[in-house]
Design a protein around this ligand. Structure first.
Ligand code: F6R
Length: 261
């Protein structure tokens, strides 16, 4: 695992967008794993700008999102399909048929989870997976005690996550309690992972996930097992980390980061 600290949320999102853009340019057929949430909005804004101003081409890319709420249709403004269309897909030149999210309306949810896993395998796996982190330590919707080998399945959302989501739902009774999510094992199979976290409210959970023990209580800690995972944080989200000086040294000295300094 590597930790890269940028001065603020905008610089952190910029770095993530630049890495994605470079990977898309290097492999136009890339399979991207995508996430939703507030943190990612800035990343998508930047990718849209790069598409419009620099001609960043998504026409051959395929995408798989981490998760979708159970019971929400794609045209529900709270669904993740709606979020992705709004923030990214409708603003770039991706072929919408190449964009995939689990179907939270499927009659047989277990079959849908199996279908999603198989589809990821069929395209040869995910090259680059973008991740956020919830206050419960989840990646995707892998809530505490998610098996570290879990695959795509239905998960109940934890009280902490429900509280995190509450501001987005005017009518709390309509808030989904379950979601289909890629498993921790599905995420660990991706060839490269980038976790982005910004803001002080993520500082505690980032310190636990990055520097604490690997535990299913904090799904993001499983990323310590991943051979190529970069955690990108702003100063606020990094504020509880012990190894800040070392992480900054790596960014300043590792040749891989030279183009991004
Ligand atoms: C969303 C997802 C979640 C979010 C996480 C952080 O697709 O997989 O794990 O990335 O809950 O959400 P924000 O960015 O809203 O704090």
């Amino acid at each position: 695992m590597e930790v890269i600290i940028r001065p603020d949320a905008d610089a952190a999102a910029s770095l993530v967008a630049k890495i994605i853009a470079n990977e898309v340019r290097a492999n136009p057929y890339i399979v991207l794993g995508l996430a939703t949430g507030r943190t990612m909005e800035r990343v998508y804004e930047k990718l849209v700008r790069m598409h419009k101003e620099e001609g960043l081409d998504f026409s051959l890319c395929r995408t798989f999102n981490l998760d979708e709420y159970v019971g929400l249709s794609p045209d529900d403004p709270h669904s993740y399909r709606y979020y992705m269309n709004k923030h990214l897909f409708s603003k770039i030149n991706i072929d919408i048929r190449n964009t995939h999210l689990p179907n939270g309306m499927a009659e047989d949810l277990d079959k849908e989870c199996e279908r999603y896993e198989k589809l990821i395998q069929k395209v040869g796996g995910i090259d680059l997976q973008l991740l956020g982190i919830g206050r419960s330590g989840h990646i995707g919707f892998n809530e505490p005690l998610s098996a570290l080998k879990s695959r795509t399945r239905v998960k109940a959302l934890s009280p902490v996550t429900l509280e995190q989501n509450a501001p987005f739902f005017e009518d709390k009774s309509k808030m989904p309690r379950r979601a289909i999510t890629m498993g921790v094992g599905t995420i660990l199979d991706c060839r490269r992972c980038i976790l982005l976290a910004t803001g002080e409210e993520k500082a505690d959970i980032i310190a636990k996930a990055v520097e604490g023990p690997i535990t299913s209580m904090i799904s993001a800690s499983a990323l310590q097992l991943h051979p190529r995972c970069t955690v990108i944080v702003d100063e606020a989200a990094a504020s509880k980390l012990q190894g800040v000086d070392y992480y900054k040294w790596i960014f300043q000295n590792e040749p891989e980061w030279a183009p991004y300094r």
